[in-house]
Design a protein around this ligand. Sequence first.
Ligand SMILES: CC(C)(COP(=O)(O)OP(=O)(O)OC[C@H]1O[C@@H](n2cnc3c(N)ncnc32)[C@H](O)[C@@H]1OP(=O)(O)O)[C@@H](O)C(=O)NCCC(=O)NCCS
Length: 116
Amino acid sequence: MVLGIGTDIIEIDRIDKAIQRWGDGFLSHVFNKEEIEYARKYKFSAPHFAGRFAAKEAIYKAIGDNKNLGWKDIKILNDPNGKPYCVLNDRKFVNKILISISHTRNYAVASAVVTK
Ligand SMILES: CC(C)(COP(=O)(O)OP(=O)(O)OC[C@H]1O[C@@H](n2cnc3c(N)ncnc32)[C@H](O)[C@@H]1OP(=O)(O)O)[C@@H](O)C(=O)NCCC(=O)NCCS
């Protein structure tokens, strides 16, 4: 059963500028260690950071009623095929979250669906 849906789109340039301006301070505020390591494997990491940023926003929207969730309580990882999934740092949350990420030159987009 679908309990919630969320989507988010972001300009990659916004994330790129935040990284240039605030550097590791920005990254470690928003992303977990594994997320930073993943994105940094790429020569141009901003689309991968932006995709994760959008995924976190999409998940937040899909969950809807959990206002205590912080950026780093949501961890976006990839399975061996590259498919993204998320791990939530909230023991009370028992539902399943499905996510999808895409990026072009300028934008990153993500969708999230909460299911029972
Ligand atoms: C995996 C694939 C779908 C990625 O699409 P893309 O257009 O190259 O790249 P996008 O920017 O749209 O998406 C990138 C994101 O896709 C996600 N992704 C990667 N592999 C994935 C997979 N196996 N399943 C689901 N999502 C995947 C990741 O989240 C990735 O972003 P990230 O690396 O920052 O986490 C593509 O490379 C591919 O293999 N396509 C096969 C197409 C095909 O066979 N079509 C037949 C018709 S059904």
